[in-house]
Design a protein around this ligand. Structure first.
Ligand code: 5GP
Length: 195
């Protein structure tokens, strides 16, 4: 299993992680997206097993109890988490696996898999981010405020990531992400060969 093929894609809610990941996969079909578990309600258009595995709080807690989760976090009142077996199966099949998770999840993944790459997507500005979060709808003022508060906290954590890329234009951003992923793999191979 090649840990260097495990990529964590973080960035504040509304920074365009899903759209950029879709474009990355269009440009490089060997990249797969892992599907996380969540207890939050599906948004309009979201599908179970595609966007998330939507589960109840009881099911989620059972997964934790059974040691299924590689990492999990509570975010804005809901649980989100990654299944360890799912990603290991994908890595063993030789795929490049992208996890779109928050910075707490990123930190936990790096502890478990030090060879994983942490990639941070930065919104062009805080004003633009607020606009994008608002556009999603189905969000009351309290939820918007909470997401903006977490967003600012996440942006402060970006300096601990292996690469930070601004999402101004989706295609350009996706290409830069793929270049960074390639460089990461090559740099680590070189470092291993030198040892
Ligand atoms: P949203 O509700 O907007 O889909 O996601 C809220 C936040 O949870 C985002 O920052 C998203 O990246 C993060 N998230 C999604 N799945 C996971 C996961 O499996 N683990 C962790 N730690 N965070 C996740």
């Amino acid at each position: 299993m090649d840990e260097r093929k495990l990529i964590v894609l973080s960035g504040p809610s509304g920074c365009g992680k899903d759209t950029v990941l879709r474009k990355i996969r269009e440009l490089d079909p060997s990249v797969v997206a892992n599907v996380s578990f969540t207890t939050r309600e599906p948004r309009p258009g979201e599908k179970d097993g595609v966007n998330y595995h939507f589960v109840t709080k009881e099911q989620f807690l059972e997964n934790i109890e059974n040691g299924i989760m590689l990492e999990y976090n509570e975010y804005s009142g809901n649980y989100y988490g990654t299944s360890k077996r799912a990603i290991e199966e994908l890595l063993e099949a030789g795929k490049t696996v992208v996890l779109t998770i928050d910075v707490n999840g990123g930190r936990n993944v790096k502890t478990e898999y030090p060879g994983a790459m942490l990639l941070f997507l930065m919104p062009p500005s805080v004003v633009e981010l607020r606009k994008r979060i608002r556009k999603r709808g189905h969000m009351d003022a309290k939820d918007l405020k909470e997401r903006m508060r977490i967003a600012e906290e996440e942006i402060r954590y970006a300096e601990h990531y292996d690469a930070v890329i601004v999402n101004d234009d989706v295609e350009e951003c996706a290409r830069k992400c793929l270049d960074a992923i390639k460089a990461w793999r090559e740099d680590l191979s070189e470092a291993c060969n030198k040892e």
